[in-house]
Design a protein around this ligand. Structure first.
Ligand code: CA
Ligand code: CA
Length: 234
């Protein structure tokens, strides 16, 4: 709402340099339009979730709901307190390579930006585990889909991976960022721990974040617009 207001105000032209100002304002509007966090229950303060199979098998039906493979939303656990609020996500070894949790997001409202080829996704989360050992491997990732089914997978972002320290009182951030493929209409946010690295201990997640911003190229255009504006005044 406020973004729409900001853009409409910025686009009001003056008589003196209509073209430069209109161009500058349009680009500034794009460059400043980073989305809010697209995840629901991003801090796990609502103790509600479903199975991973539900989330992966029915994007529209379980949009905005966390789907851990083996996990719970919990208060302080294993000597670890939530990074913020009262709750966090706990993930436990599922007997496979990685234990994971998923959330799907409909991004069709960003189609204009995404299909211009200039949209970047930014994903991050805070990770922690119990004390006494190092080398726990935590990962954040985003997958891109052309439709509302897993079968429409286009590609995935590079992993944001992090080896955790041995201190249960420190939370560490992992993040990833990449261009969103043209044609993307759904995204799946994913946090994971490598089971073999966990020594049978639980892994914890809090403060998840998923945003869409214009790619750096759009911001470079902003600089060009400023240059053109100055040239007109010379
Ligand atoms: Ca929390
Ligand atoms: Ca730690």
């Amino acid at each position: 709402m406020s973004q729409t207001l900001l853009c409409s105000l910025a686009l009001r032209p003056t008589q003196r340099n209509f073209v430069a100002l209109a161009f500058f304002s349009a680009v500034a509007c794009i460059a400043s339009s980073a989305s809010a966090n697209l995840l629901t229950n991003a801090g796990f303060e609502v103790s509600s979730w479903t199975g991973a199979g539900n989330v992966l098998g029915n994007f529209p039906g379980w949009q905005g709901v966390w789907g851990p493979e083996v996990g719970v939303i919990t208060g302080p656990s294993g000597g670890v307190s939530p990074a913020a609020g009262s709750n966090m996500l706990e993930l436990n070894d599922d007997g496979l390579s990685y234990t994971q949790a998923f959330q799907t997001v409909d991004v069709t409202s960003f189609s204009g930006l995404i299909n211009s080829g200039t949209a970047t996704v930014n994903a991050s989360a805070l990770f922690n585990t119990v004390g006494g050992f190092t080398g726990a491997l935590a990962i954040v990732n985003v997958s891109f889909f052309s439709g509302s089914t897993y079968g429409s997978l286009i590609s995935a972002s590079p992993n944001g991976a992090l080896f955790l320290d041995a201190n249960p009182q420190t939370w560490q951030s992992a993040s990833t960022s990449s261009l969103i493929p043209v044609g993307t209409t759904w995204m799946m946010y994913q946090v994971a721990f490598n089971n073999a690295s966990m020594g049978g201990n639980p892994g914890f997640v809090d403060n998840t974040d998923l945003t869409i911003t214009p790619a750096p190229g759009a911001i470079a255009l902003l600089g060009l617009a400023g240059f053109l504006g100055r040239r007109r005044r010379d």
